[in-house]
Design a protein around this ligand. Sequence first.
Ligand code: PMP
Length: 402
Amino acid sequence: AEGRVHNFGAGPSALPIDVLEEATKGLLNFQETGIGIAEISHRSKEFTAFLSETEDQIRTLLRVPPTHKILFTQGGGSGQFSSVVLNLLARHHLLHPDLKNEDRVMDYVVTGSWSKKAMEEAKRLGGGRVNIAADARRYSQDGKSFDTVPPHDDYIFSADPALIYYCENETVDGVQFAGEAGLPTSFPFAKLPENTILPLVADYSSSFMSRPIPRLADHAVIFAGAQKNLGPAGLTILIVRQDCLVDVDAAAKLGAIPVPLMLSYKTLADSNSLYNTPPVLPVYIAGLVLRKMSAEGGLQTYAQSNRRKFEKIITALKEGEAKGAYKGKVKEGSVSWMNIVFDVPGEGRLQQFLDGAAQRGMKGLAGHRSVGGVRVSLYNAITEEETDQLVQYMNEFATKTS
Ligand code: PMP
């Protein structure tokens, strides 16, 4: 398509061009119904079939076991900051009706600005006590930055918490847990409490569908907004273990915070994600992206290509660091595959870098407004060729600097 640039933005972000072309047709005429996808009833047999195919694609690609439901909703990752607290506190009330609220602990692992925000929402809602199970800021030089995941020794989880929360990939800070379990920078699964059905919650917003999810079956809730690897904003995907589909009204009678029906996981599950009108167009585009992923060999193919893209940028970054042109912000082992953040030291150099990139048709590279610098987002739709172009530019810029 004419006039398009290479979009390295952090979200909403690039989508595959062939999917966009296909979606353009569906926007006018969805599956030969004569009705466009943005106009068709969400209860039509064509759309409900598409919705269930989309669910099956996720189940197959991620190998989601039958113990877990796949649900579609709205409200983004931010909506889930509230929903996970409400639903899992309700569950805790049903499991432990006699506990006082101050003894209902919610363990938060804080590794960046998104998990911090989620933790603050849990504090705001009340109904339980927040415990910081680990705080990555302790390890930074200034005590304020997020530039690493904490080492395994540092985590202290509660015995029978209402929830245990972490953010797998911190989109703003560029900090991610290592994908391979067992590495010191992976999530410390071995330290989690035993003798309890784990109420483990993970925000996968910015790494969903980029590589397999380690220990997926041990999670109570995994959630992700679609607008990074999967589709347009407006669709939120949930993977919820069946024991977390609780009767929130029964819990409220026991003193739990009343849960709006739209936020109750059980409501969504009982209605097959059709309690209200779902975001039909985002579901459609995400479904097309998933079809493409399956056709191209599934998650392993994408994981391998994402790793190569990551390594290419990291190599360019290190070479540029040696020349004094760049300064990576995240410690080795914790660097995200999806969002690589670095500074361009020197008066005016950052702007020069961004302007030069834009002149070459590469946009979306400015860091989050809260932290500045550069952020390279390498979601699934960014091709290896596009990555090579950016690498070439990074190398040229670094050479000119030195
Ligand atoms: N969590 C993470 C890791 C994110 O990257 C974002 C958004 N960029 C959010 C949560 C918030 O998501 P939303 O804007 O969909 O509410």
